[in-house]
Design a protein around this ligand. Sequence first.
Ligand SMILES: Nc1ncc2ncn(CCCCCNC(=O)c3cc(-c4ccc(F)cc4)cc(O)c3O)c2n1
Ligand SMILES: [Mg+2]
Length: 221
Amino acid sequence: MDQSKEQRILNSVSYNAVKGDPESVINCIDKYCSQYEWAMNVGDEKGTILDKVVEEADPSVALELGTYCGYSAIRIARLLKPNTRLLTIEFNPEFASIAKEIIEIAGLSEKVTILEGHSEDIIPQLKKKYEVETLDFVFLDHWKERYAPDTILLEECGLLRKGSILLADNIIYPGAPEFIKYIRSNKRFECTSYPSHLEYMKVEDAMEKAVKDPGAAAMLF
Ligand SMILES: Nc1ncc2ncn(CCCCCNC(=O)c3cc(-c4ccc(F)cc4)cc(O)c3O)c2n1
Ligand SMILES: [Mg+2]
């Protein structure tokens, strides 16, 4: 049976990356996907935006929707403080198991929990089954048509607090028009657009940050 592209990415990381060094895993995946096979990792240009927003959020509990090979999970988890955690949801079992191995090579298995399933099924379980109170940071990188309904679901499940930060990938390409319409017209969120490029390509793309009730936190003091 021929290997999948994701298996070939794992082979490259396993052979070339320095065990326990997240930066070397990130660089290895970016090198492989720009030189040999394109893959839908957030990449280094948008990854730098992700890094800055994660540092701004300084989350105790972070959620990622759409793990894929674990590239963005590693970018997020390498910036997390001790005793903080990232939960990441992936429904494709092959991707979930490849991501688990790549996250292990990066030495970040303690900080990252991969939850296998559909976001719409797992989000309602986060409070009770995964002992989440509220989410400080959410990275949306799964089905683009699920960005808006899952943001509403996170709200309905009481998982967002004043100051929770959402960051969404692929606002231009493939695009998430319903999400943009929803989030920019919702007075509870303050939105910022970060123009960039599609991973490993010269195609325009962007990320959207949405902070819930930003002013409210400031008004308390
Ligand atoms: N509900 C639920 N719950 C849990 C889940 N886990 C996985 N999924 C499904 C996720 C399926 C992959 C999502 N990501 C993308 O589709 C994506 C695509 C491109 C792209 C593609 C072709 C081009 F020519 C150009 C650009 C680039 C990106 O950066 C992308 O992120 C889930 N869904
Ligand atoms: Mg993406």
